[in-house]
Design a protein around this ligand. Sequence first.
Ligand code: 2YC
Length: 284
Amino acid sequence: MTRLTEEAVKDIPSKISCLDHELEKRLGMDLRNFACYAMNVSADDIDFSSYKAAIVPVTSGKGIIGGFSRSVAAAVETMGIRSSVTEACDVAGISEAFSSDADIIFMADDERFIALNKRTGSFSDNIWSTAKGYVTALKIAEGGLEGKKVLVIGAGRVGTEAVKMIMEEKACADVTDILPHKASALESRYAGVKAIRDVEQAIKDNRLILNASPGKIPGTLIREGAVISSPGVPYAFDDEGEKRAKVIIHDVLSLGVAVMTVASLSLSLFNVPAADVVAEKVIP
Ligand code: 2YC
């Protein structure tokens, strides 16, 4: 999982509303409606203004990323949920959030980034939510994935979840990874998945791409009219790639955060996991 940097997130709070408009322009939905669409719930069924979110900075492992918590808060706030960053970090921050009127508590260490719903005792996960968001974005941009082939670049945690979701869309996936055994592991696990070693040829051969890798992708490899959904950080594409592609959907944090927010809420809404929400009960 690529760790975000202070540089990568520093502009999010000031740019979040134009990102929201950008998404509306590209996919016809703002962040809140997109996340509801991805989670298969109606935005009208969720009273976003009745919720409150607390983001807890976590100092474990490689420590705090300057601006990360504020960026998460900005994305959640854009969806109409009052959000704030706790004063304290770590366990003190979690107890501060629990004793406040916050309903959803966001926290991320180097391994996991979750949104815990205090009302239902369930939580959603950023890796799953990011994959869900970017597969949904690809599906909207392409007008459906059924019967089509998608090239997934990167068989890490997001890429792996994305492959599962692409199969659920009755599409098939070619997967490539800098570590070939990771792509072949997916090939042996899922019918309809093919591991590809020659990534350059694969990019040239495929019009639909989900890029979940941190590598740069030379625009000269991109097919004219390619539809690209790219959760990978840092941003992979150059001017040539942007010229050739029909659309490239990319952002650093907000799409995954928006989907994980609705994923954590939709459990409380139905009191049972929504069809495909991957969330584990924390408190039975
Ligand atoms: O500031 C903090 O609280 C840090 N503990 C946050 C660490 C986040 C590490 N994860 C990442 O950088 C990203 C996440 C957006 C999800 C995947 N990688």
